[in-house]
Design a protein around this ligand. Structure first.
Ligand code: CDP
Ligand code: CDP
Length: 228
């Protein structure tokens, strides 16, 4: 409706952003935009084409010729890259461990942010990532910064792997998460940092539903104040 707002959810890897963002979007009837999936889709293509990760111009050219779509079907979201369904391919360890090197290039981010702002233009969106509240939608009406200890975040990824029947090494997952957080936090352009006006939620000891409820409460308060 005319009263719809933008909800920005940022935070480090496995803090619970996408799980919670989907629930919140669903409850509000908003669209959910997974910006990490966009960087992952590009990274998948870069790896397939064996473009060196430091070649920012070549990667940007590739992005200019890459169509990335986030498609909502029933309750699940699908990621399409050049019309190929890459929903699971972009979650591979190979993509996960390389995505931060692709995402740190200024000119790559510029194009991604343009696309993301276009997607958020109509409001009624929940968008998650690393720089949503600080850079992509600095005027988002609700900004959330999710965090959790790295031990808990590694445990969550470990559980996901076990449930999928994959071999998993908790210590290795923890190191990979720390490495990605480090690159994301230290890059020059739009690093992972909490916006001044973001609400911080430590999810270490919170359930998914607790976190979703806390965010919905903030959103509903804002909507009420806007007279809707
Ligand atoms: O869900 P997970 O924490 O594994 O990561 P993601 O949200 O899928 O994001 C993957 C990577 O994309 C991050 O580690 C960042 O390097 C990059 N990213 C970014 O730079 N800016 C965003 N707005 C979203 C993701
Ligand atoms: O998107 P992000 O990388 O921040 O995290 P996610 O993929 O939404 O969540 C990582 C895992 O943690 C998922 O398996 C969630 O089910 C789980 N999770 C949890 O156990 N407790 C929470 N409060 C939030 C997420």
């Amino acid at each position: 409706g005319t009263n719809a707002i933008a909800v920005a959810i940022d935070g480090p890897a496995a803090a619970g952003k996408s799980t919670v963002a989907k629930i919140v979007a669903n409850e509000l009837g908003y669209i959910y935009i997974d910006t990490g999936a966009m960087y992952r889709a590009l990274t998948l293509k870069v790896l397939r084409k064996q473009i060196p990760l430091n070649e920012d111009k070549a990667i940007t050219n590739l992005l200019a010729n890459t169509d990335i779509q986030l498609k909502q079907s029933d309750s699940s979201q699908h990621v399409l890259m050049d019309e190929e369904d890459v929903t699971s391919a972009i979650r591979s360890e190979h993509v996960t461990n390389n995505v931060s090197y692709v995402a740190k290039h200024a000119i790559v981010r510029e194009e991604m942010v343009n696309r993301q702002r276009e997607l958020a233009r109509k409001r009624g969106v929940v968008m998650d990532g690393r720089d949503i509240g600080t850079h992509v939608i600095p005027d988002a009406e609700v900004k959330i910064f999710l965090k959790a200890t790295v031990e808990e975040r590694a445990r969550r990824r470990y559980e996901e792997n076990v449930q999928k029947g994959f071999a998993a090494d908790l210590e290795k997952l923890k190191e990979e998460i720390e490495q990605r957080d480090r690159i994301d936090s230290k890059r020059e352009v739009a690093p992972l940092v909490q916006a001044n006006d973001a609400i911080e939620l430590d999810t270490t000891d919170l359930s998914i539903n607790d976190v979703a409820a806390a965010i919905l409460e903030k959103v509903n308060k804002v909507l009420k104040n806007r007279g809707g």
